[in-house]
Design a protein around this ligand. Sequence first.
Ligand code: BG6
Length: 486
Amino acid sequence: MTAPPPSVEAFDLVIFGGTGDLALRKLLPAMFHRFLDGQIPPSSRIIGVAREALDDAGYRAQLRASLIKICDAAKLDQFLQQVFYRPLDARKDDGWDDFAALIASEAGHVRVFYLSTSPNLFVDICNRLGGYGLNQGKSRVVLEKPIGRDLESANRINDAVGKVFNESQTFRIDHYLGKETVQNLLVLRFGNALFEPLWNSAHIDHVQITVAETVGVGHRAGYYDHAGAMRDMVQNHLLQLLCMVAMEPPASLAPDAVRDEKLKVLNALQPIDDAHVGQFTVRGQYRAGVAEGASVPGYPDELGSASNTETFVALKAQIANWRWAGVPFYLRTGKRLPERVSEIVVAFKPVPHSIFDASSGTLTQNRLVLRLQPDEGVKLWLTIKHPGPGGLRLRTVPLDMSFAEAFGAQQPDAYERLLLDVVRGNPTLFMRRDEVEAAWRWADPILAGWANANEAPRPYAAGSWGPSAAVALIERDGRTWHDDSE
Ligand code: BG6
C-alpha cells in the first residue's frame, strides 16, 4: 500500500518569471496536479509575478489555455481561484507596496519566493524582498539553476542572496533530484543489501550518464547561447546524478547528511585542466538534420548568427578516492539527439574466467540501467542460457522493472515533489551553497580550457548521437556507449 500524500501548511507561492517558459510548462502544471490530489490547502495562493501588464483574470486566462489539457474545466476553475498575478519589475519600485500588502494579508502562511528568472535578477529581487520586509515568519527563496556562470559570479549571487535569506531558507533547485528514478537510486543502493558490496572499483568497470534530448533550443536561444550545455546541464544535473551514484552511504536522510556526502564526491572529482581538456572532453553543436521525422534547422539558424556555444558535451570524469579510483564516469548530454532518454548505466566488471567455450557465444558484462525518462524503471542485464536443446548458448537479457507496469499510475513530475518539499522546509533534495561552488570549481577549468583552445564546437547533424569524437572518447578505452536495444 502506498501512503496518501502528506499534507502541507497553507502557503503563498510567489513565482517571479510567472509568465515564463518554466512557470507555464512546469511549475503551474505541477501545482495543479498537487491540487487535484487534494494537497493544496484552500487558503493557499499562487502568485505569478512578471513585467507584463496583466491582471488576475488575464493571467488565469493564459493558464487556462495550457492547463485545460490536464483536467476538466470545473476543477481547473477551482484551482484558478487560488491563482493571482502582480505586474512587477525587479529593478523598479512600482507595484511593490501593493505586492507587499498582498503578501502581508496572510501573515501566517509559509512564503515561498521562487526565482524563475535569469540569475542576473536574483540579487535585485532578493534585495527588494528584504527591503519591503517580506522575509518574515516561514519564508524561503528558491533559486533556479544555473546559479551564475562560473564560481565567481555564483559567489556574488550567493553572497547577495545570503544578506537577505539565510542558508536554511535558500533552496537551490535542481529538478533532476526530484525525478522518481533519482530518488529511487537512493533506495536501490541503500535499501537493498545486494548492490552495496559490489558498488566500488573492485567490481564496477565504469559508469555512463546520458541525458539526451530531441528538442533544439528553439525560443530559449537567447538564454541558452550564454550558457551552453556545460552550464545548462553538466555543472548541475549531470554532476548531481554522478553524486547520487558515487556518494558514500549517508548516516540518514537528514538534509546535511546527504549533502555532506555529495560534496565529498564533488571535491574528489579530478580536475580537467587545459592540458587534458582535448583528451577528456568533446563539445559539439547541432546543424540542420532530421529530428523525430521532421527536418529541423541547425543551431546557428535558430540563433540567427554563428556561435561558439556548445549544444552537446561528452566527457570522461574521474573520482579520486578509494571507492572509485580507476573507474571512469562517462557523461554525455545534448540537444537534437535521436531520442529523448536519460539514464545511468553501471557496468560491472567481467567474470574473472570464462568456463564457456567459444561456440556458446561471448560473455557480456552485467549492467544495471536506471532509466530516468521516458519509461522510468530499472533493468539489470544478466547472462542466461538461451532456452532449448542442443548445446549451450549464452544470451544477455534484462530483468526489467518498468515503474509504469509495476505501479500503474503515471509518475509525478519532479517539480511536484520539490515544490512541496520547499513548503515543508525540507532541503534534502536541494543543492547547498558549497555543492554549487564545488561543481563550479570543477567546471570552470574545463570552460577555461575550451576558451583558451579557441576551437569551434564540432558540428553534428540533428538526429545523430553527436560528433563522432564522442564515440571515440569511450571507444579509445575499449568501451561503448550503452545501447538498450542490444
Ligand atoms: C533544464 C535545462 O534545466 O532541463 C533545459 O535548462 C533542459 O535546457 C531541461 O531541456 C531538461 O529537463 P527534463 O526534465 O525535460 O529532462
